[in-house]
Design a protein around this ligand. Structure first.
Ligand SMILES: Nc1ncnc2c1ncn2[C@@H]1O[C@H](COP(=O)(O)OP(=O)(O)OP(=O)(O)O)[C@@H](O)[C@H]1O
Length: 702
């Protein structure tokens, strides 16, 4: 969620009269000459131009316009969340240039919520309260949660699950659409914002639920003096009448800003008299261009995009005249800004916002300040850890499914390799195969759960755009919460197979095999997360350039492509298929084995199984194998024949040193060293994933 919080503990937790909205009300929020343009491929694309307006304490305002009109752009600028594009204009709070402190007085409720379906309404609000309210006592934060629950009429649904699609696709029943929207609003007002921005608060709701949400918002604005600015599409009449003022945009131009009750009269004065039907529908029909508008249906309306500037210029002249403002009054306040430096998501956003609001109004090169989070890293970490653990443990199908899948794989392979003999040559070969199967499964398994993690990415991006917590708090809590469950699953597979196949007995080898399997699984899991982040950043564009992915849908498939590249290197360089000593050519290619986690794991497991042991060879070569060797050798010499005889009928004391096998395979690395390398590998993949996560948040800047 996206509440921006900056009130103190005392402020946020005062009496019930402050339940719904701001304690520090802003009497007037004004914006002047606000504009935004982009420079795609060297061109200049103006998406918002010369937007003016004011909002008074307690007002509810509608921001309307056809698709692409610039509504989200304007709202992002007003909410100080815009960090891309060239921004111009100024923002005033009670007549003073807004400082970056405003970002903490405003809340932004996005169209799509990102709640964990398995959490209850109260738990969701508690999470946001813990993470955003500076109040040190949990009891005080609980009181605030109760106030907000009452304010949005969700007291009776406090213990209802949010519901929705669980990671993995299962649907969980929970809050209704209207209740869910009210929960979004509740999370937005927890910190008592002075201004509440909402993106389509009624979208997807039936007309009754939409009315109920809007009447709550109106009640809050009137009761506490906070300003509510909301984008809206096709409001029903009862909702339309709740708006005090309307801002109408078309093609990035301001067509109207002022009292709702004057809007028809204004357009009539331009020669566009109101048609029958709902006023809001007519307004949208009036300014929407780009399609055929028969006169009998649309009356006198703006027909083409070229008609927009004249109507917008007429309104601007009228607005400046009636509000007694002159363009030149603001000449000093207009601030052209450059694309903010991308130091961090929060810093870049602040930079844009501060340049937009422009201090004294002169063109200044302002340094982005560090975003100050309202709560400590420790609190954020604990709250996120709690949310992660709830999300995992309340999705039993995912948890049980993962454990059952792992156990099933262990059982199937265990049956195939059941009771492998330890003292025959074929037995050695089979046990080497098992040493490959365990890490093979650990490497492949994460790919079946890619879809489970795409949801995580969405939640993280939404939270990070609201600057709710430090990326490090998210990352470390996520790793700590998920790792034990991941390791448990893979241990089920590895130990079931280990036991059924009858690999080297003793608690130490068993523990060592578990350590290698767990580490490798965590590495593979992390590699998959890394691919997911890289794909999200479109770093896999090189694949698209090669048209490799032109036949597959983007997103998950691209992640799989990237993960597959890593998998192929792991398998090809695992040393199971190729003995590197035997590869005379392409020696440089074999160096890739050093980035194969499977290579280190296979070596560690093989060493664990065979190092320091020996086996009896008194049984000799199987007769079939000896016969094959004899017939395969075209011209066998008497000496060779004698040797074969010895191999098929050796002495009773014949003993094979298993270390000779390890030497042949070039497995000379001690077990501890391999584990240390795997640990280092895991640390590197974690670092890369974390870096990708931070970059991803920047990449998704608004
Ligand atoms: N990064 C960008 N580069 C180029 N153009 C952009 C960029 N971001 C947005 N735009 C363009 O800006 C215009 C306004 O977009 P905006 O999202 O503000 O419209 P909107 O009125 O909110 O539309 P909708 O109702 O469909 O969400 C659109 O034409 C959009 O394509």
């Amino acid at each position: 969620m996206s509440s921006q919080v900056g009130v103190t503990a005392q402020e946020s937790l005062q009496g019930a009269s402050t339940a719904s909205c701001s304690i520090h009300t802003i009497k007037e929020l004004a914006w002047k000459r606000v504009g935004c343009s982009y420079r795609p491929h060297g061109t200049n694309k103006v998406v918002l131009q010369d937007a003016w307006g004011t909002a008074l304490s307690g007002e509810v305002q509608a921001l309307m316009g056809p698709s692409g009109a610039g509504k989200s752009t304007l709202m992002d600028i007003l909410a100080m969340r815009k960090s891309t594009g060239q921004l111009t204009g100024s923002l005033l709070l009670d007549g003073q240039p807004a400082s970056h402190a405003f970002i903490k007085q405003a809340a932004y409720v996005p169209q799509d919520d990102n709640f964990i379906p398995a959490m209850t309404t109260r738990e969701v609000l508690h999470f946001y309260a813990d993470i955003t309210l500076p109040a040190p006592q949990r009891k005080a934060r609980s009181m605030r949660v109760n106030e907000v629950l009452a304010a949005v009429g969700l007291e009776t649904a406090a213990h209802t699950l949010v519901g929705g699609s669980l990671p993995g696709g299962l649907m969980l029943r929970g809050l209704s659409g209207g209740e869910r929207r009210r929960l979004s609003i509740a999370a937005g007002i927890l910190a008592a914002p002075a201004v509440l921005f909402l993106d389509e608060p009624t979208s997807g709701l039936d007309s009754f639920a939409a009315l109920s949400v809007m009447s709550h918002l109106q009640g809050m604005a009137r009761g506490s003096g906070c300003i509510v600015i909301s984008t809206i599409h096709q409001p029903r009449d009862a909702i339309w009448e709740m708006f005090d003022k309307v801002t109408l945009l078309a093609g990035g131009r301001l067509m109207y800003h002022g009292p709702r009750t004057n809007i028809s009269a204004w357009f009539a004065s331009l020669g566009y008299p109101r048609l029958h039907g709902s006023e809001s529908d007519w307004l949208l029909d009036l300014v929407a261009t780009g399609f055929d508008k028969p006169q009998q249906l649309f009356g006198n309306a703006l027909m083409a995009r070229e008609d927009i500037p004249a109507a917008a210029d007429a309104f601007l002249a009228h607005y400046l005249q009636t509000t007694n403002k002159k363009q030149q009054d603001t000449a000093g306040e207009a601030v052209s800004i450059h694309k903010p430096p991308k130091r961090s998501a929060s810093a870049s956003s602040l930079s844009a916002l501060r340049s937009c609001v422009g201090g004294s109004g002169s063109l200044q090169a302002m340094q982005p300040a560090r975003w100050e989070y309202p709560t400590s890293l420790g609190r954020q970490f604990c709250s996120l850890l709690w949310r992660e653990v709830l999300a995992i443990t309340r999705n039993p199908f995912d948890l049980a499914g993962r454990i059952l899948t792992c156990t099933y794989l262990g059982l199937v392979f265990g049956l195939v390799f059941y009771n492998t003999p330890a003292d025959t040559l074929p037995g050695v070969r089979t046990r080497m195969s098992i040493c490959f199967v365990i890490p093979m499964v650990a490497t492949l398994l994460p790919s079946v759960s890619i879809s489970l993690y795409t949801n995580d990415k969405r939640i993280y991006l939404a939270d990070s755009s609201a600057k709710l917590y430090r990326p490090w708090a998210y990352y470390s809590s996520k790793v700590l919460a998920t790792s034990p469950f991941n390791v448990f699953g893979i241990l089920c597979m590895a130990w079931v197979l280990y036991g059924m196949a009858g690999l080297r007995p003793g608690w130490q080898p068993v523990l060592k095999a578990g350590t290698v399997s767990g580490l490798l699984y965590l590495i593979a899991m992390q590699a998959m997360h890394l691919c997911l982040s890289l794909q999200a950043m479109h770093l896999s564009l090189s694949l698209q350039a090669m048209h490799l992915c032109s036949v597959v849908a983007p997103n998950q498939d691209l992640t799989f492509c990237a993960f597959l590249i890593w998998l192929v290197i792991n398998f090809a360089m695992s040393s199971f298929f190729v003995n590197f000593r035997e590869v005379a050519t392409n020696v440089w290619l074999t160096q890739l084995r050093y980035i194969s986690a499977l290579y280190y794991s296979l070596e560690a497991l093989t060493v664990n199984e065979f190092h320091g042991s020996s086996m009896s060879c008194s049984g000799g070569l199987e007769p079939g194998l000896a016969g094959l060797a004899e017939s395969a050798l075209a011209s066998i010499t008497p000496g060779q024949h004698a040797m074969l005889q010895q191999l098929t009928q050796p002495q009773e004391s014949c003993l094979i040193r298993n270390d000779a096998l390890l030497e042949y395979m070039q497995y000379g690395r001690p077990f501890g060293v391999s584990v240390a390398i795997l640990g280092g590998y895991l640390a590197v993949v974690h670092l890369l994933t974390y870096a990708a996560l931070v970059l991803l948040a920047r990449h998704e800047a608004r």
